[in-house]
Design a protein around this ligand. Structure first.
Ligand code: NDP
Ligand code: 2IT
Length: 451
């Protein structure tokens, strides 16, 4: 089937799933030259098969809040593709979670995981549960109720979830405890565990660090580096915090951070005590980003405007931009502002933070662009390392994990460039990531027959 026909079918089969269609469209369009060269993959309908989840589990999660009132949420796990390893991917707790959002994330995860070089299939899950404003007790109750059902569907050799938006170390702890009690076994069924009970050093930092290692590779490829570069970062959660930390370590300067209520701009740079304040604010006190501007004179707070057609954050003049919050946070107008602001590199820390129209503006204007499935793969790669340590009963040092992470990010970088080159798209990291990730999975699917 021709690629445009495949896309039409995806639209027809998934009519109310705009995020999934968007993620599928990007991959399908990138794969046109691959399908032309490989008629066998077309005959076997490999691309079409990747677009259908192997399994999509949907379940009710009921729990009692602090007032004793019954609460009902929806839980999901999308087991998208297991051709090269057990399903692997995070859990997202956010009111915007729908099957469409989880299918887009699980779809991208297939190719991201393939790019890491570690044998992991693609999956994603989560719930429409909103952790904001919930007590510790309510978070724990919810996690236990969620795992009460999820435990039937996962296992350390079958499907290994981890964190994502709204799921950090605290939630992984409660989820792991619930799983262990239900199954009466201590296995590496989740990653992102605490140090001392199966977690890996550097997993917390890995996505943000990996993003910046990837950007440094892109810059070095054109004889440049992050040293002295001013960087825009969005988000203030796990990925954003450690992207900012690594930008600072590389001699750059991160001047923005955001949450769903707005963003702060600190021309002096978010570093040292200021970064520690941000981490404490978000990880321990769970407060709003405005507090940063109240605390540090010389920084400003800009409230988000839900009716605006663009985000003011992306109008700030800088050298690099790292969106690390959520999907579709950079639209066409934002992309035009990014070009106008003189940005030379856009590295995605979040999954699918740029719309298709936005990506076209960025690439057409010669801004270096890395898609999340390549540049944020450091998180899941380090989850893969956590799984290896669990299987072997070992604990690797920070230096060992960090040096392996750097090697993996360089390898993904080089793999993307090589694949882009081979298929006539030199310098296009998006095409390269989609092609290289797909070919690895496609070869495994071909070898394993029609199943
Ligand atoms: P966190 O929950 O730690 O942080 C999310 C951040 O994004 C918060 O600042 C949050 O603000 C903001 N945010 C979330 N949703 C929205 C929204 N709808 N509008 C505006 N702001 C929003 O999540 P992570 O840092 O882990 O994840 C960030 C991104 O990185 C996601 O796209 C995730 O899929 C991706 N990612 C994460 C990996 C990981 O290992 N954690 C690995 C690879 C990718 P607020 O606090 O107000 O909600
Ligand atoms: O999007 C992602 O890659 C993640 N949220 C991390 C997944 C994982 O299994 O570590």
């Amino acid at each position: 089937m021709a690629p445009n026909q495949i896309l039409e079918n995806v639209k027809k089969r998934n009519p109310n799933e705009p995020e999934f269609i968007q993620a599928a469209q990007e991959v399908i369009e990138s794969l046109t030259p691959v399908l032309e060269k490989n008629p066998e993959l077309v005959r076997l309908k490999i691309l079409e098969r990747t677009l259908e989840p192997e399994r999509l589990i949907s379940f009710r999660v009921t729990w009692l809040d602090d007032k004793g009132e019954v609460q009902i949420n929806r839980g999901y796990r999308v087991q998208m593709n297991s051709a090269i390893g057990p399903y692997k991917g995070g859990l997202r707790f956010h009111p915007s979670v729908t099957p469409s959002v989880l299918k887009f994330l699980a779809y991208e995860q297939i190719f991201k995981n393939a790019l890491t070089g570690i044998p992991m299939g693609g999956g994603k899950g989560g719930s429409d549960f909103d952790p904001k404003g919930k007590s510790e007790n309510e978070i724990m109750k919810f996690c236990q109720a969620f795992m009460g059902e999820l435990a039937r569907h996962i296992d350390h050799r079958t499907d290994v979830p981890a964190g994502d938006i709204g799921v950090g170390g605290r939630e992984i702890g409660y989820l792991f405890g619930a799983y262990k009690k239900i199954k009466n076994e201590f296995t590496g069924v989740l990653t992102g565990k605490g140090i001392g009970w199966g977690g890996s050093l550097i997993r917390t930092e890995a996505t943000g660090y990996g993003l910046i290692y990837f950007a440094e590779n892109m810059l070095q490829n054109v004889g440049d580096s992050l040293k002295g570069k001013t960087c825009l970062v969005s988000g203030s959660g796990n990925v954003a915090q450690y992207a900012i930390e690594k930008i600072n370590q590389m001699g750059g300067k991160a001047v923005t951070a955001s949450d769903s209520s707005g963003f702060i701009y600190d021309e002096g740079g978010i570093a040292g005590d200021k970064l520690e304040f941000l981490k404490d604010l978000k990880n321990n006190r769970r407060g709003r980003i405005k507090e940063y501007a109240d605390q540090f004179k010389g920084s400003t707070y800009h409230e988000a405007d839900a009716n605006a057609d663009h985000n003011e954050l992306w109008t700030i003049k800088a050298d690099c931009a790292f969106p690390c919050a959520t999907q579709n946070e950079i639209n066409e107008k934002d992309a035009n502002n990014i070009v106008k602001g003189g940005i030379k590199l856009l590295g995605e820390g979040a999954n699918m933070p740029t719309t298709i129209e936005g990506i076209n503006v960025i690439i057409d204007n010669g801004v270096m662009y890395s898609p999340g499935k390549a540049s944020n793969a450091g998180g899941v790669a380090t989850s893969g390392m956590e799984m290896m340590q669990n299987y072997m009963g070992q604990n690797w040092t920070s230096e060992e994990v960090d040096s392996k992470l750097q090697g993996i990010m360089k390898n993904i970088h080089d793999t993307c460039l090589a694949a882009a080159n081979e298929y006539g798209k030199p310098g296009n990291y998006m095409a390269g990531a989609n092609i290289a990730g797909f070919l690895k999975v496609a070869n495994a699917m071909k070898a394993q027959g029609v199943i």
